[in-house]
Ligand binder design. Structure first.
Ligand SMILES: C[S@@+](CC[C@H](N)C(=O)[O-])C[C@H]1O[C@@H](n2cnc3c(N)ncnc32)[C@H](O)[C@@H]1O
Length: 292
């Protein structure tokens, strides 16, 4: 079992390697994940002066959308990987957003004072943290009393054919180890209640979780394959372990299977994410019992 430093190093290398794919397919990815960002933002209870922290921001979402809603607030985007945050900064300037700050750091070791932020968001980051309970404790530490934490994770692969199709095609040519629930992988938090239990363990109240449906839309089955094989962590890692002829067979298999999802001249493959919200305890008001 790798130690936390080794996990962070491996994650840094993985996401630095995936960053070009995320930038290339930015629009397709953002369209697919948009409903999840919107669901997170809806339960953040934003007000104009809000101080917001986005964790594992990657190429910037939902932090950039939140910054657009908080022109006089403060939004800090953080990620373990500088290459991902560089893309977030480029996207911010392309969108005319000048108010964000970016900080490279690990979710379980945040360089912020206690009780700094009104809200924290984590879109599709949890499953990659070396210590998910430690990270949740950090989110609670930097949140003010009554602050809101909203995150999202993927539910099981069977409900996410947009990635399962590619993984099934890869499995015809390569041995894919079953997901390790103790190690980083995109389905590590798929079990219902997994993230809620972390929230409860960190002392959050009013915890709720619910599912959000997404759709990956591409112009063609070929574009589906190019996009998946260039940015999905599981697929990219598995494809590195097979030779060129095997990669070609996998590509052909995935393209044939995803053809079943053609609709209205596009390829539309569904998926399901889970959102989880919780609130930090209110400040304890010290009441003097001294009789005046
Ligand atoms: C699937 S991407 C999500 C990006 C973005 N939030 C989105 O939804 O588009 C996962 C991100 O988690 C980041 N990550 C992995 N391990 C991390 C850690 N220990 N602390 C902070 N971020 C981490 C990766 O660098 C990557 O940018």
């Amino acid at each position: 079992m790798p130690n936390p430093d080794e996990i962070r190093d491996a994650q840094r290398a993985t996401w630095a390697g995936l960053s070009a794919g995320w930038e290339k397919w930015d629009q397709v990815i953002m369209d697919q994940l948009g409903p999840v960002g919107a669901a997170l933002i809806e339960c953040l209870d934003l007000n104009e002066e809000q101080q917001h922290l986005d964790i594992a921001s990657g190429t910037g979402e939902p932090g950039l959308s939140i910054a657009r809603l908080l022109p006089t607030g403060r939004v800090v985007l953080t990620d373990l990987v500088a290459e991902m945050l560089d893309i977030a900064a480029r996207r911010a300037s392309a969108q005319g957003i000048a108010t964000i700050e970016t900080t490279v750091c690990s979710a379980d070791d945040l360089p912020f004072d206690d009780a700094t932020f009104d809200s924290v968001s984590v879109r599709f980051g949890y499953m990659f943290f070396p210590d998910m309970a430690g990270a949740t404790a950090e989110f609670v530490r930097v949140l003010k009393p009554g602050g809101r934490l909203c995150s999202s994770v993927w539910v099981k692969p069977e409900e996410n054919p947009w990635t399962a199709i590619a993984m099934q095609a890869i499995a015809t040519e390569a041995v894919i180890a079953p997901p390790d629930n103790d190690g980083p992988n995109m389905f590590r938090c798929a079990a219902p209640g997994c993230v809620s239990a972390l929230y409860r363990g960190a002392g959050l109240r009013d915890i709720a979780e619910w599912d959000v449906h997404v759709e990956l839309v591409t112009e063609s089955p070929e574009q589906y394959w190019d996009m998946i094989s260039e940015h999905v962590s599981l697929a990219v890692a598995a494809l590195q372990r097979v030779d060129e002829p095997a990669r070609e067979r996998i590509r052909a298999d995935a393209i044939a299977k995803v053809g079943a999802f053609k609709k209205d001249g596009k390829v539309r493959v569904p998926g399901v994410a889970r959102c989880i919200v919780g609130t930090t305890q209110d400040a304890i008001v010290e009441v003097s019992t001294r009789v005046l």
